[in-house]
Design a protein around this ligand. Structure first.
Ligand code: ATP
Length: 221
């Protein structure tokens, strides 16, 4: 089954087209990496898939539905790039940070229920990062913070994870461990993965397929 379908997609911020007739499919169980140089349109594509930007022409379908009609974004977990602006302006633990993403399941007092925290604990177990659960989020290393961001995306039981340059800011030693975690989610938990990365030397060992973007078009990987 196709979970994401992109057909002849065009997009421009102003006059010049940034995406020029992009077409690709993401299948259930896929682990697809999209690579490309700076400015090739990778982040723009993610924003279009998240409906943060509107396409100029072409087609985007999510779980068989045109993006204009699609409204169940709990099926898509988004893992943004970690950088200095990911730091929170208020001090909370990783557990509290992740539970905030379950706001649609908070109780009548608008507080997370016991069940919400149990869900968070389960996800930390699945990701094998129980050691980070009580740590202040702002004190985590790049690699640790990135794993907590995955936990944050996973609490709503998404079918697809969209990751934007997840290995940036992660130290070399932890990169492979991090990518191994993604293959574990893909293989054992049947999570479909669409990842953007320019670090193909490492990523190629883990993803199932790669496509390359150049000047808004797909070229041979
Ligand atoms: N808000 C914006 N307004 C105008 N142009 C933009 C805007 N955001 C991005 N662009 C331009 O669109 C092009 C594609 O940018 P995009 O961020 O999608 O590329 P990218 O492949 O993700 O690059 P990077 O790896 O540097 O993040 C670039 O030329 C960029 O300058």
């Amino acid at each position: 089954m196709k979970e994401v379908e992109v057909k002849d997609l065009y997009f421009s911020y102003n006059k010049e087209d940034i995406l020029k007739g992009l077409s690709f499919d993401l299948y259930q169980g896929d682990f697809l990496t999209i690579q490309g140089e700076n400015g090739s349109g990778k982040s723009t594509l993610i924003k279009l898939l998240l409906n943060d930007l509107k396409k100029k022409s072409g087609e985007i379908k999510l779980f068989g539905e045109a993006i204009e009609d699609f409204n169940d974004y709990t099926k898509i977990g988004y893992v943004p790039q970690i950088n200095d602006s990911s730091k929170l302006s208020f001090p909370i633990t990783s557990r509290e940070y992740v539970v905030l993403n379950l706001y649609n399941k908070f109780n009548i007092f608008n507080r997370p229920s016991k069940k919400c925290f149990e869900k968070v604990d389960d996800i930390f177990d699945i990701l094998n990062i129980g050691n980070l659960i009580d740590e202040p989020f702002n004190k985590l290393s790049g690699g640790q913070a990135q794993k907590v961001m995955i936990a944050r995306a996973m609490v709503n039981d998404p079918k697809v994870l969209l990751l934007d340059e997840p290995t940036v800011g992660v130290d070399e030693k932890s990169k492979r461990k991090f990518l191994k975690l993604l293959t574990h989610l893909n293989d054992k938990h049947n999570i479909t993965i669409l990842m953007i990365s320019h670090e193909m030397d490492i990523v190629r060992d883990f993803s199932k397929r790669e496509i390359r973007l150049k000047n808004g078009r797909i070229v041979d990987a």
